[in-house]
Ligand binder design. Structure first.
Ligand SMILES: *[C@@H]1O[C@H](CO)[C@@H](O)[C@H](O)[C@H]1NC(C)=O
Ligand SMILES: *[C@@H]1O[C@H](CO)[C@@H](O)[C@H](O)[C@H]1NC(C)=O
Ligand SMILES: *[C@@H]1O[C@H](CO)[C@@H](O)[C@H](O)[C@H]1NC(C)=O
Ligand SMILES: *[C@@H]1O[C@H](CO)[C@@H](O)[C@H](O)[C@H]1NC(C)=O
Ligand SMILES: *[C@@H]1O[C@H](CO)[C@@H](O)[C@H](O)[C@H]1NC(C)=O
Ligand SMILES: *[C@@H]1O[C@H](CO)[C@@H](O)[C@H](O)[C@H]1NC(C)=O
Ligand SMILES: *[C@@H]1O[C@H](CO)[C@@H](O)[C@H](O)[C@H]1NC(C)=O
Ligand SMILES: *[C@@H]1O[C@H](CO)[C@@H](O)[C@H](O)[C@H]1NC(C)=O
Ligand SMILES: *[C@@H]1O[C@H](CO)[C@@H](O)[C@H](O)[C@H]1NC(C)=O
Length: 601
């Protein structure tokens, strides 16, 4: 108790020092999109993939909240939300805005930090090769330092700052963000098992990374090591895990309903299991084995194996961590055999669990399928950000391939993952590389209040009446933002008001960042977009408008991109489609119940 109050006092009075790896004196800045048309000509490390790593990290800088440093790279961003936490008597400034809006959501933010550290544990050398390790450090600390502020005492953890119901009405720049911005916490009397455990997982994964652990046979970050910072993170990981496991267990939106509006969690056993796994990686000696055995306990008591089987095939995302549990178990058993030696579950069991899961995609015998254009699509989970579950699956496959675990199927997993990467990078029916600013045909209308540059004609007006076209062109290029992605028919409209296809988010960027770093480690050739002729998107851009959870104007007119003859033919199939829609709606209801996707703002 005494220690806790001293700790929170320190956090209140001392500004957190952002001491870290020195940033280059000549800052790395995203190149003009036209550079994306140039072949790297076999240079090693690959120049284009290095640019992708740089761009994807730059996106996190664009999303920063709080007081920005003097050497900021994003000159059009300003200090913002400087009163965050005042309502709680705390400094909760800093951290990242979640997506296209200005709310800070701890659950997905901590997931994103965990995901980036997880990937860097396997492909960290890719950041060194791209000369981006200092920016990786900077991006991680901007998130982790805030998460530490949000955890001012062992059993108090802030899970949200800002009110989506207020924030959603606002579409201006970073100088007019509406207030009040309330701070919401979980604590011993109102716990949130999933949010606390996810926080522990992020701190432990990143502590392991800063402490020179590696999951890969051939790669680690040579320059990121910092035992002091690792120990700081480790303390928060232990405390949050103890908070999660010693308090009564419940979903965090029971304690903080406001967080449920944006990111309702559907289960907490997966967070408990992944947290215990990452603690097993970051701890040493008998502590590591204790956490490892805890992970096994959550894996079995949560029946997590069930949701990995064909027909269920849980996704890996901000809500669902299950597929990473056996993968991490296998990686730890492989790299740190002494941690698992006294346990009843060792490499073989995890390996067969993770391979059975991946083989559902290879064998196409589950609920997911490939779109005609080749995107891995999970009905329900993919409906509000189609690229994300596919990129996360590809990331898990590539991390698994990097472990050096002996398996006859590694080449198949690599090839499968590469197919998803190629799709996202422009090998798709739209010819669109779905990363803002990397190519002339990249999306130009990300759903992002920060980049839009809309200026209110009158302070009482908080948003334009015509979201899609006002202003006609976004004021700032949101370099490195990965958008939600195309429809299940592979159609992409690049419509600013369509948050399903065009929103950006912290967790959308994370898996592609790992995949780009991995591409440098393994020496991949250029990302697909260098083969896309500028103007190819314009040639096939669908007419009409989308039909999804954000924009329904396309629903009554049928799908776009059709000739008159095709429109006549539609009449014939409308009844069939109608039945399919009813079936899909039922399925959506079912999946949103069972998988608990939150609404993205
Ligand atoms: C390591 O991290 C600590 C804590 O953030 C910091 O004070 C120190 O400057 C860092 N050292 C290096 C070499 O980056
Ligand atoms: C990028 O380069 C093209 C062609 O050189 C130029 O027309 C365009 O203005 C440049 N864009 C930016 C944002 O500098
Ligand atoms: C690759 O080679 C071509 C032709 O020599 C050249 O125009 C282009 O600038 C080179 N690209 C890079 C990234 O060096
Ligand atoms: C990284 O920096 C080194 C040394 O300055 C340079 O030789 C190399 O080309 C850089 N790599 C990339 C991908 O920019
Ligand atoms: C930052 O402030 C400048 C100057 O007021 C303004 O032009 C710019 O649009 C602001 N940036 C954002 C993201 O609102
Ligand atoms: C504990 O959290 C709940 C839910 O956020 C909140 O209503 C309550 O005030 C908190 N308790 C304390 C002592 O701050
Ligand atoms: C990190 O670990 C690797 C072996 O995995 C070792 O070669 C390297 O020296 C270590 N680096 C530090 C800073 O401890
Ligand atoms: C094991 O954990 C305890 C408390 O969590 C800590 O005090 C101790 O130093 C740890 N042991 C090692 C070897 O890290
Ligand atoms: C391992 O032990 C756990 C209990 O911690 C048990 O639930 C599980 O069934 C055991 N697994 C195997 C493969 O023996």
């Amino acid at each position: 108790m005494w220690l806790a109050s001293v700790l929170s006092l320190c956090l209140l009075t001392l500004p957190l020092v952002h001491a870290q790896l020195p940033l280059p004196s000549q800052p790395w800045l995203p190149p003009n999109a036209s550079v994306g048309t140039q072949s790297s000509n076999g240079t090693s490390p690959n120049q284009q993939w290095s640019n992708v790593v740089g761009n994807l990290l730059y996106f996190y800088e664009e999303q920063r909240s709080g007081k920005l440093p003097q050497n900021k790279r994003v000159l059009w961003r300003n200090d913002s939300a400087l009163d965050d936490g005042k309502d709680a008597g705390l400094d909760l400034t800093g951290g990242y805005y979640d997506a296209g809006d200005y709310v800070k959501f701890t659950f997905p933010m901590s997931f994103s930090m965990m995901s980036i550290c997880f990937g860097a544990l396997a492909s960290g050398r890719g950041y060194d090769l791209a000369n981006q390790t200092a920016y990786l450090d900077d991006a991680l600390r901007w998130g982790l330092d805030w998460l530490m502020k949000a955890h001012p005492s062992p059993n108090t953890y802030y899970v949200e700052v800002g009110d989506p119901n207020v924030d959603n009405n606002y579409w201006g720049g970073d100088q007019g963000i509406p207030t009040p911005r309330p701070s919401f916490q979980i604590n011993s009397t109102s716990p949130g098992t999933d949010a606390a455990a996810q926080g522990a997982a992020a701190f432990a994964a990143c502590s392991a990374l800063y402490n020179n652990r590696t999951l890969s046979a051939s790669s680690s970050t040579s320059t990121l090591q910092n035992a002091t910072y690792a120990a700081l993170l480790q303390g928060h990981a232990r405390d949050l895990y103890a908070f999660a496991t010693n308090s009564p267990m419940q979903l965090y939106q029971k304690a903080v309903p406001a967080a449920g509006d944006g990111y309702a969690s559907s289960d907490y056993k997966d967070e408990l299991a992944i947290a215990a796994m990452f603690l097993a990686l970051s701890e040493t000696g008998s502590n590591a084995s204790t956490y490892y055995n805890d992970a096994i306990k959550w894996y079995y008591s949560g029946n997590l194996a069930f949701s990995l089987q064909a027909g269920e095939e849980a996704v890996f995302n901000w809500d669902s961590k299950t597929p990473a549990v056996p993968l991490l178990g296998a990686a730890i058993a492989n790299a740190y055999p002494n941690v698992v030696s006294g346990s009843n579950v060792t490499l073989n069991l995890w390996q067969s669990a993770v391979e059975q899961y991946f083989n559902v995609f290879i064998n196409k015998n589950g609920r997911s399928y490939l779109t005609n254009g080749g995107l891995l699509y999970f009905p329900g989970d993919s409906d509000e950000a189609s690229l994300n579950p596919a990129l996360n699956t590809a990331m898990l496959m590539m991390i698994y391939a990097a472990t050096g675990i002996s398996s006859s199927q590694m080449d198949e997993y690599r090839a499968y993952a590469q197919g998803q990467i190629d799709y996202v990078m422009g090998k798709n029916p739209m010819n669109v590389p779905y990363v803002v600013g990397v190519h002339p045909d990249s999306p130009v209308n990300p759903h992002s209040a920060i980049s839009t540059g809309w200026v209110s004609p009158d302070p009482s007006v908080l948003a334009p009446s015509d979201f899609a076209n006002d202003p006609p062109q976004e004021a700032y290029i949101l370099y490195g933002g990965v958008v939600g992605g195309p429809s299940p028919k592979d159609l992409f409209y690049d419509l600013r008001s369509d948050w399903v296809e065009n929103e950006v988010a912290l967790d959308y960027n994370a898996p592609l960042l790992t995949l780009a770093a991995n591409a440098l480690v393994v020496g991949s050739g250029d990302p697909w977009y260098t083969q896309v002729q500028p103007g190819s998107y314009a040639a096939v851009k669908p007419s009409g408008s989308p039909c999804d959870a954000a924009v329904s104007t396309g629903c009554k007119h049928g799908p776009g991109h059709l000739s008159t003859g095709a429109k006549i033919a539609i009449g014939v199939v409308v009844s069939v489609v109608g039945l399919a829609i009813i079936a899909l709606a039922g399925y959506w209801w079912w999946t949103s119940k069972t998988h608990g996707r939150g609404r993205r703002y």
